[in-house]
Design a protein around this ligand. Structure first.
Ligand code: FES
Length: 263
């Protein structure tokens, strides 16, 4: 869908977990593909903030945000009816798999909610989906109920063991791989979350021989390719450095794990 710049009214804005809020905005016909994002204005702040939606239809879209500074604190104080400026949809999203594939969705922290939109699309396409989500503790788990409904199986991991497996999401994926491999050898992994988690998943995918698409949550200034503030390193063995820079906002935020220069 072509990028649009529009004003959207807040329909809902409520706390959903410790330190996390969910906001629903009017979409005015703008639709998101899984993995795409938008830039949202914050009253009193110059820079827009990037967010990825967990739900999208012709009337409304929703996203979850973590309280991490004055911008998100301000967002959490806004009431329904407040109007915000939105630029959407932006970026390149996930590649949707074929019907013979099995999808493995892996969400870490505030990267988890954006996978709900992907899981919804996969269910529409009858792609079997296994999901692993991780958080510091039970009180900061996000979208467990909706992802449980949309997945054949949901595995939860927490750092402190307060819910699910005590450990990280890479260990969570390892725990269900034998079951998935019995079903198909066409495994597609999709993930959004912190970079160390994405790197661990990239290494697992390389060792196990399946593909992984990773969505990066970089800080963004312009959001549409003009400032290079969101650059990440991409493998380029033909260059002296061994890498080139690409922009998360324009060339991503989703990249094939084999492209990323992790060193
Ligand atoms: Fe400016 Fe990506 S945020 S180039």
């Amino acid at each position: 869908m072509k990028k649009q710049d529009f004003t959207a009214k807040i329909l809902q804005n409520t706390a959903v977990a410790h330190n996390f809020y969910k906001m629903t905005l009017e979409s005015k016909g703008v639709l998101f593909a899984p993995g795409e994002f938008f830039q949202l204005s914050v009253p009193g702040h110059t820079l827009r903030r990037p967010f990825a939606p967990s739900h999208s239809d012709r009337n409304e879209f929703a996203f979850t945000y973590q309280l991490v500074g004055s911008g998100t604190e301000k967002l959490s104080s806004l009431s329904p009816g407040t109007e915000l400026s939105v630029i959407a949809p932006l970026g390149t999203g996930f590649t949707l798999p074929q019907s013979k594939s099995c999808a493995v969705l892996v969400g870490g922290g505030c990267g988890t909610p954006s996978l709900v939109l992907l899981a919804t699309e996969l269910q529409t396409r009858n792609i079997p989906t296994y999901t692993v989500i991780g958080a510091r503790s039970a009180c900061s788990l996000l979208e467990a109920e909706s992802l449980n409904y949309l997945s054949e199986r949901l595995v939860i991991t927490t750092d402190d063991g307060s819910e699910g497996i005590k450990g990280n999401t890479v260990e969570g994926v390892r725990s269900i791989l034998p079951e998935i491999k019995e079903r198909t050898d066409d495994i597609r992994l999709f993930s959004c979350g912190p970079v160390p988690m994405l790197q661990g998943l990239a290494e697992l995918a390389a060792a196990e021989g399946f593909t992984a698409e990773l969505s990066f949550e970089e800080r963004m200034a312009c959001g549409f390719g003009a400032c290079m503030g969101c650059a990440i390193r991409i493998n380029a063995p033909e260059t002296a450095e061994g890498f080139v820079y690409k922009r998360v906002c324009q060339d991503g935020p989703v990249f094939d794990s084999r492209e990323i220069y992790w060193n």
